[in-house]
Write a protein that binds this ligand. Sequence first.
Ligand SMILES: [Ca+2]
Length: 302
Amino acid sequence: MRLVSLLGLGGVCLACSSADPGGGADLALRIQGAQLERGSLPEPSGAAEVTFVDWRRTRIRAGEAGVPIAGRASQGSYAVNIGLAGDAGYWIRNVGVEDPTAVGELSWSAGLDFASWISGDAVQLLLQAVDGEGRPGAVRTVSAAVESLEPNGQLVIELSWDTDADLDLYVTEPSGVTIGPKNINAYDPPEPGEPRDDPEAFEQGGMIDVDSNSNCVIDGLRREAATWQSSPPEGAYEVRVDLPALCGAVDPSSYQLVVRLDGEEVKRVAGPMYAADARSTAASGDVGVFVASFTLQNGERR
Ligand SMILES: [Ca+2]
């Protein structure tokens, strides 16, 4: 059916080499700057080899874009095929220059865009070097668990953005406690000598789930969230966003802030975030730029 529809749309696929640059919207994996090839990875028929894979993620999120992967391929390699197990196509990424850390081997890298509709518990990435004669080598695999798109919690405040800058989410609770990348949990442990709390008490406070792009270690997430698993305190919340480092990204970043209560979206704010704005506001004593406030009333306390 796929072939029929392609013929119907383009009418030029007579020999059907099946190259399909620029498409792939139906695939769970897309790679910018790579060429799409339909079908499964070809059977190995050569000696080209992916010799090293730099894959730092044990988890990816459905809908995540620009997840970095890199590695090396054996001398004489021309490209690396990158696919996702179960997908209806794969991507051909040309290798780059000789890797300075490994004599004779060639470096490659790619940014992986995962579809928002990915299902299942895990993804398996398939990697295959191709030599200059077009002969593919053995397939190498790496994997990651898949998390759902939305973070969980009775109250969720999620910040996302569209560049590789380091943006930081700060939320001030009604108590006046601010959580952010340097204080990721609103729980205030008892002083030494005071009675100990329930060992799971720390889970009751607001928590920052991840500090994306921290110190310009680009992780591809471009989002971070504050979550309250249960009983978010009643009262006024204030949300600020900081941009401590552009990390080479072009100013401004477009950010989006979404507040969900019991899974229902109750507030959405979006706009540009300029590094200069964040830094100038930080000089006033408050970290970052004020972006939203809201009040919880008539509680969800349990
Ligand atoms: Ca961050």
